[in-house]
Write a protein that binds this ligand. Structure first.
Ligand SMILES: [Cu+2]
Length: 268
């Protein structure tokens, strides 16, 4: 009995410490999430980690504790400890708990969050949605905003850059082809559209059109956090690692001003 109490106390202490440690690490380094879709994934991860850290620690601790506590010392060979082959209570509780945890994870967050995402994404298109055509080529992201007649959005240095308004639903239309070299579509390669701060990633496949939906929740820019960028996440050739573009999420008025500037630049 003492054995179980000691083990239980050590397990609870380690689990609490690890859960606390993780919450410290991730609030400082792991996350910088600025979209509704990203927050959904972040909450799911937090929920799963809170449950699974104690499970992982239980398994590891069981092994280490048993190795140390029940090791054979000199002379033990003669009077070996009593060994138990089976513990029905332990097995029943272990199987029942595993089953319950799996059912819980299947319902929440998996099924519940998928439902939320589908409801948000596939609702009848809102005419206020901002459509961004994203073209992936070796090795560049090209952003067009057809509603504003902007064919290639760039920053002040003339490099491809994405600027979005906060709080508006954005629909990304993703395609992989090279508008500058109209060769066979079969020659294009697979890229992957990844925006770490939005918590979304989608393969961009030649000959296919794919969609991603995002609602930015706060203003941010690549200048202050490198997570705020578009990055290719599928090896696509020698230029893959540099296939990235800065992202800025700005206020509504700032976005309108940016649109005017871009339109003027394109005409001039
Ligand atoms: Cu790539």
């Amino acid at each position: 009995m003492t054995e179980i109490v000691i083990f239980g106390l050590v397990w609870i202490a380690l689990s609490l410490a690890a859960d606390l440690g993780l919450s410290q690490i991730k609030s400082h380094t792991m996350y910088f999430i600025i979209s509704r879709q990203g927050h959904l994934a972040e909450d799911a991860f937090n929920f799963l980690a809170a449950f699974l850290i104690p499970v992982a620690i239980f398994v590891a601790l069981f092994l280490v504790y048993t190795l140390i506590r029940f090791r054979a010392s000199n002379g033990d060979a003669v009077r070996s400890r009593q060994q138990t082959v089976q513990n029905k209570l332990f097995v029943t509780v272990w199987v029942a708990l595993s089953f319950a945890l799996n059912i819980l994870f299947w319902l929440h967050p998996t099924a519940a969050d998928l439902e939320t995402m589908f409801r948000r994404d596939f609702l009848a298109n809102n005419r206020h949605d901002l459509v961004v055509d994203v073209t992936a080529r070796q090795w560049e992201w090209i952003f067009s905003l057809p509603q504003y007649h902007i064919t290639q959005a760039v920053n002040r240095q003339g490099l491809d850059a994405l600027t979005l308004p906060v709080g508006r639903r954005v629909e990304f239309v993703l395609r992989s082809y090279d508008p500058f070299h109209s060769y066979d579509v079969q020659a294009a390669v697979i890229h992957s559209f990844w925006v770490p701060a939005f918590g979304i990633k989608e393969d961009v496949v030649p000959g296919e059109t794919r969609y991603e939906f995002v609602t930015p929740t706060r203003t941010a820019s690549y200048a202050t956090n490198p997570m705020v960028r578009v990055q290719c996440a599928e090896v696509c050739g020698p230029g893959h690692a540099w296939m990235e573009a800065p992202l800025s999420v700005v206020s509504g008025p700032a976005f309108d001003a940016w649109v005017k500037r871009e339109q003027k630049r394109q005409q001039g």
